[in-house]
Design a binder for this molecule. Structure first.
Ligand code: SF4
Length: 294
């Protein structure tokens, strides 16, 4: 367990969130978050500006009753045949160091396996490999939602994320996350195990990790690792999250502060930037025949 963390054990009233609409990128209809707050504490994390992140007094909470609750809530959905992908997780890292001792994510996966739901795992952590046994079982047993049965989808989809392939940049913006090298190795291992893996280059940092050569390197790496798909997106910055991001920007890239202020008048970057960005990314992915999800 990481030292000097202010950790609270909490009991929550519900754990399974049903989305109003299926996520078009990751295909999840549901999400669960076994923890509140995140030990990785990435500078660009969107949860910092929302109620999903931890608070000053309670930066990190363990939802100790999550597996029991999930069993109850998911059984109800299974009885009605309401199968759908579950995002594990949408607002925290499910395999953060704390999970080594608490094993809340692992216990939730056991419930999901027993009730045969498919999952999408979004992670930056090689600790996911500890749970390969259950992931492979879920992959074999999961029942897909009716309208996705025709598509050739796996019961377990995993996405590993990066903000840059440059370790110096990653160290500034996600300092507590396993290194770029460790995450690339993780992707390689998951692919070797026969799992369905994608890479999320999210968030790509404007004027920092969005240079044509770096984007091309990312696509090339994804191709070499034989992932099924890639995602690209700039960060969303608002509220407290924006303040934290700008303080780091000021320290490490003071010359970019003004450019970011103009770019982020709202929580998302100006349209002119995103249009150019996606044109560039699409062109590169087409060139390498890499499946880009947009
Ligand atoms: S790992 Fe994900 S959830 Fe955790 S701080 Fe980083 S971006 Fe946020």
């Amino acid at each position: 367990m990481a030292k000097n963390l202010n950790i609270t054990e909490i009991k929550v009233k519900s754990i399974l969130n049903k989305h109003k609409k299926r996520d078009p990128w990751f295909l999840d209809d549901y999400s669960i978050n076994p923890y509140k707050g995140c030990e990785f504490n990435c500078i660009y994390c969107y949860t910092k500006g929302t109620h999903y992140g931890g608070t000053l007094n309670q930066p990190l909470s363990v939802k100790i009753n999550a597996p029991q609750l999930l069993k109850k809530e998911l059984s109800n959905r299974a009885k009605k045949g309401e199968y759908g992908f579950i995002a594990v997780s949408s607002a925290t890292e499910p395999w953060m160091p704390l999970e080594k001792s608490y094993q809340i994510t692992r216990k939730c996966l056991e419930v999901i396996r027993d009730l045969k739901f498919p999952i999408h795992c979004l992670t930056k952590s090689p600790l996911i490999l500890r749970d390969l046994d259950i992931l492979l079982e879920i992959d074999r047993k999961a029942i897909l939602p009716e309208d996705l049965k025709e598509k050739d989808l796996s019961g377990v989809r995993i996405t590993v994320s990066f903000c840059s392939l440059n370790q110096k940049i990653a160290k500034i913006f996600d300092p507590s996350v396993p290194s770029v090298e460790e995450r690339l190795k993780l992707v390689e291992t998951l692919v070797e195990k026969g799992l369905d893996v994608g890479i999320a280059f999210m968030p790509i940092l404007p004027f920092i990790s969005d240079k044509e050569e770096e984007l091309e390197e990312m696509v090339k790496v994804a191709k070499e690792l034989k992932v099924k798909r890639v995602y690209f997106s700039p960060p969303t910055l608002f509220g407290k999250g924006k303040v934290i991001f700008f303080s780091v920007l000021k320290k490490h890239f003071p010359e970019l502060v003004e450019k970011y202020e103009k770019l982020y008048v709202r929580g998302i970057p100006a349209k002119s930037y995103t249009q150019d960005f996606y044109q560039k990314v699409k062109r590169i992915c087409n060139g390498y025949k890499v499946n880009l999800i947009v």
